[in-house]
Design a protein around this ligand. Structure first.
Ligand code: KIV
Length: 325
């Protein structure tokens, strides 16, 4: 069953935890969906995980749309949220609504996410007024890492804790139905979860949130040596993939791949035909005619199917179905 704003709110109200992972392509989205994950975030973290940048800042609207629509095609039940990239909403409220609309129209996603508290309240309100569900993102907001002087825990100390709590109330009032709390002290995150009606999704914010999100590449141990304190690696998929690629590389190089069973042998040409082909081709080469010299070849070039068929060979072109072994 498709997760919606209503079913997710119901989960929050019943105290059921909500799962979320990032995902950036069709094949991964199908796997995530099959696992029963409630929501997928097409995060602008794809700048790092998929594009190899050092942060999220270079990611563009067009890129979010390409990745977003691939994920939507693979997500049958999961609710899909697409991040609004850096400078796609900060400039003006109009710009924010226009780009949020583009994301929904061009990807088919269910909601957008944007970073910030009070500074983007009007933007959130206008997007929600346009009929688009919004997930807010407060605490550590990676698009503002330059202001924070890096990726640092937010909400430490009384004044900072008050500011994060106020941001939560502001984005809720603006209409956000969900809010990511990133790198917020666990007690503060639990308090925000208790005091607001929004679904809170924690990342590095403790277990007291309505749900949790992790970057897929982190939870699958595909991020090399990068492992923030809050990440749990649920499987060593990165290592497994390297081992699989290594085994494939070896099999290609030692000739054990592909085997006969991995080849379309039944519909192949007969040995007699291949012998004829070899001799005809050698004869034609000896006569000075080859594929590159068609000036005196009215049959389509020596060695081609039509050429040989015209000479009475059975090329088997009618029987090859391309699938059967
Ligand atoms: O871009 C992203 O993946 C995110 C999550 C880490 C919350 O914003």
């Amino acid at each position: 069953m498709k997760n919606t704003v209503l079913t997710l709110m119901e989960m929050k109200n019943k105290g059921e935890k909500i799962s979320q992972v990032t995902c950036y392509d069709y094949s991964m989205a199908r796997l995530v969906d099959a696992a029963g994950i409630n929501t997928i975030l097409v995060g602008d973290s794809l700048g790092m995980t998929m594009q190899g940048y050092k942060d999220t800042l270079p990611v563009s609207m067009d890129e979010m749309i390409i990745y977003g629509r691939s994920v939507v095609r693979g997500a049958t039940d999961a609710f899909v949220i697409v991040d609004m990239p850096f400078m796609s909403y900060q400039v003006s409220v109009e710009q924010a609504v226009e780009n949020a609309g583009r994301i929904i129209k061009e990807t088919g996603a269910n909601a957008v996410k944007l970073e910030g508290g009070a500074a983007v309240a009007e933007h959130i309100k206008a997007i929600v007024d346009a009929g688009i569900p919004v997930c807010a993102h407060i605490g550590m907001t990676p698009q503002s890492a330059n202001i924070f002087g890096g990726f640092k825990v937010q909400g430490k100390g009384e004044a900072n804790a008050k500011k994060v709590l106020e941001d939560a109330f502001i984005v809720q009032k603006a209409g956000a139905f969900m809010c990511v709390l990133e790198c917020v002290p666990p007690k503060l995150a639990a308090l925000i979860t208790k005091m607001t009606q929004m679904i809170t999704i924690g990342i590095g914010a403790g277990a007291g949130c309505s749900g949790q999100v992790l970057v897929s590449q982190d939870l699958l141990a595909m991020s090399g040596d990068f492992k923030p304190k809050f990440v749990r690696q649920f499987a060593q998929v990165g290592q497994l993939m390297t081992e699989a690629y290594r085994a494939y590389d070896e099999a290609v190089k030692d000739g054990s791949f592909p085997s006969l069973e991995e080849s379309y042998v039944k519909s192949d040409c007969s040995d007699e035909y291949l012998e004829e082909l070899e001799h005809t081709h050698i004869a034609e080469i000896n006569e000075g005619r080859n594929n590159n010299d068609q000036s005196n070849d009215d049959t389509g070039g020596a060695g081609s199917g039509p050429c040989l068929e015209k000479r009475g060979f059975d090329c088997g072109t009618g029987s090859h179905d391309g699938l059967s072994a």
